[in-house]
Design a protein around this ligand. Structure first.
Ligand code: DGL
Length: 264
């Protein structure tokens, strides 16, 4: 009997698509639900307390409605703050998304790494811990940018973005003491791989690293040998607020196999 239970992806907005993309490539038969908390967006400027209450409650509702086989919190902000609480509250395996500091430390030649995330993510003790465990011999500089999240959203909504803004945002890393020696930047927000070409154009020679491919492999490892529907998996997007803005995402969502749109 084919098992129709989906894999549920969760983010504040479109960022989790950067994890969904490589996951679909590994699991073409899998049904996906992509949930965006558009009513709560953005997360990066919220307090820890707000995220810690909002994310487990929403995931509880989503799990009840869609009965997923696995949940992916495809958001660094939500994962670094609420992953443990969500795991404790739900009886479903949960995969989180945390800054790819370890792979960055493995490749940095200058031993100076930039971590680009949301304001909420870069101040988390979780990031201190990753830096201490995996990049103890590196200088790890951090910068939070709500503007870069907004630029990634604008791009996926089909709006042109100002190319000069990317260099200005990266200056938040390069302008810190030791920042000119950065050779590797961790895209520690799932929105940022969606604008990695723009970031690379603004910082030639810098290597950008993110966790998407590794998370996709982890998901495939956890569920790859399960039973799947025989036809290619269907995808639906669910928004906590469906409005003109979510409608504008329809073409971008379709490129990720998300053909049905609904409101929570
Ligand atoms: N995509 C999210 C992350 O990975 C958060 C973006 C936001 O809502 O501020 O952190």
């Amino acid at each position: 009997m084919s098992d129709k239970r989906p894999i549920l992806f969760f983010d504040s907005g479109v960022g989790g698509l950067s994890v969904l993309g490589p996951t679909r490539a590994l699991l073409p038969q899998a049904p996906f639900v992509y949930a965006a908390d558009s009513a709560g967006f953005p997360y990066g400027t919220k307090s820890e307390a707000e995220i810690a209450v909002r994310v487990p409650a929403l995931l509880g509702r989503l799990a009840e409605r869609y009965r997923p086989r696995l949940i992916v919190i495809a958001c660094n902000t939500a994962s670094t703050i609420a992953l443990a609480d969500v795991r404790a509250a739900l009886d479903v395996p949960v995969v989180g998304t945390v800054p790819a500091i370890k792979p960055a430390a493995e490749v940095s030649a200058t031993r100076v790494i930039g971590v680009l995330g949301t304001d909420a993510t870069v101040r988390q003790p979780y990031v201190d811990d990753l830096a201490a465990r995996f990049a103890g011999d590196c200088l790890v500089l951090r910068h939070g940018s709500a503007e870069l999240v907004a630029l990634a959203e604008a791009k996926l909504h089909g709006r042109a973005t100002d190319p000069t803004r990317y260099a200005a945002i990266l200056q938040g890393l390069f302008g810190q003491e030791g920042g000119m020696r950065i050779d590797t930047i961790v895209n520690a927000c799932t929105h940022f791989p969606l604008v990695v070409d723009e970031l690379k154009a603004a910082a030639p020679g810098i290597r950008f690293v993110d966790g998407s491919a590794g998370i996709a492999r982890r998901i495939a490892y956890l569920v790859g040998d399960q039973d799947w529907p025989s036809a290619a998996g269907i995808g639906r997007a669910v928004f906590t607020r469906a409005d003109a803005a979510s409608e504008a995402l329809v073409p971008a969502l379709a490129t990720f196999g998300l053909d049905r749109i609904e409101a929570l």
